[in-house]
Design a protein around this ligand. Structure first.
Ligand code: SF4
Length: 314
């Protein structure tokens, strides 16, 4: 075997190694040659993906198709020579999400079970309730006593949305019972001055998280279509988001509740006012006054005395 054969085999072996390592093309210039790796952020010329791998390098193609070139300036840039024999391997660049370990308790089901109703179908609230009453789309369905669908006027102009059922709600299958529920009733009847039965009350999640822990993202993903459908059926003019979780979820923001409170945003186009949760008021009675101010603002909007000017944009 002569020296040229050895050199060719060495070069061939090297080029194959580069291809396996993700090198997409090689520019040859004078005594130096450089190999360019794909943009590892997935933002560059490859747009986050790389083409299929090609066949193994052949001595013929490496030796005859590539003129040497050297990049001199961005102007009059000669075409970068590409080794047709070294196309990129079939790899998708990992996204940031792929490479980060999931936060504890934040697992999102990749393939959640199908919805138990057709989202395009016209339904009544009782029909929707019946469709989801056996729901186990997320793990909360296995631990509940009762699914807590919602209660109130199906034609309500005003809907109150809380976070998730608590112990009393789970036991009775009705949202906002117990002391927090009584506080909410006073907020509605004494401040807005309408009967509780005139509004609709529900939660983002329909089943109780164990120990009243915060809802997990996967649980929200699974349950949100039910809230969406409820609101599509009711078509309220206005929503009140009760507490940090409901407010941040409905307004799609991480702004602290202390700053969200008293402001309007929109949930699927519906003007939505954030305020404190009644349970919070039971522990912090000094905040009743500010909540009263929020509800009086909502009352004025409800009565057509003022417009719900959006201050939270997501
Ligand atoms: S929380 Fe919602 S999605 Fe999860 S089981 Fe209950 S109804 Fe189904």
């Amino acid at each position: 075997m002569d020296t040229r054969d050895n050199a060719s085999r060495t070069l061939l072996s090297h080029l194959n190694s580069l291809r396996d390592a993700g090198v997409r093309y090689v520019a040859l210039g004078g005594a130096s040659a450089y190999a360019s790796h794909d943009n590892l952020n997935g933002q560059g010329e490859f747009g986050g993906s790389i083409a299929e791998p090609g066949p193994p390098v052949s001595a013929t193609s490496t030796s005859t198709t590539l003129p040497a070139t050297q990049r001199t300036s961005d102007e009059a840039k000669p075409p970068v020579p590409r080794l047709e024999v070294l196309p990129a391997p079939a790899l998708s660049l990992p996204t940031k999400e792929d490479t980060m370990p999931p936060a504890k308790g934040s697992a999102r089901p990749k393939d959640p079970p199908p919805l138990p109703f057709d989202p395009e179908e016209e339904m009544t609230l009782p029909e929707l309730n019946g469709a989801i009453e056996g729901c186990t789309r997320c793990q909360l369905g296995h631990g509940r006593t009762n699914l807590v669908f919602g209660v109130g006027n199906p034609d309500a102009e005003l809907v109150f949305v809380g976070e998730a059922p608590g112990r009393d709600e789970d036991a009775q299958g009705i949202p906002f019972v117990g002391r927090a529920g009584q506080m909410l009733t006073r907020m509605i009847e004494n401040v807005i001055e309408i009967p509780r039965g005139d509004v609709y009350i529900c939660n983002v999640l329909k089943c109780r998280p164990p120990g009243n822990r915060n809802p997990e993202p996967g649980e929200i993903d699974c349950c949100e279509p039910y809230l969406h459908k409820q609101l599509e059926i009711i078509r309220p003019r206005l929503i009140v988001a009760l507490g940090k979780f409901a407010a941040q979820f409905l307004l799609a923001t991480q702004i602290p509740i202390g700053k969200l409170r008293g402001k309007f945003g929109r949930y699927r186009g519906i003007p939505t006012l954030a305020t404190y949760h009644p349970a919070y008021l039971l522990r912090n009675s000094s905040q009743k006054k500010v909540v009263m101010g929020d509800l009086l603002r909502m009352k004025a909007v409800l009565n057509g005395e003022t417009e719900p000017v959006a201050e939270i944009y997501s």
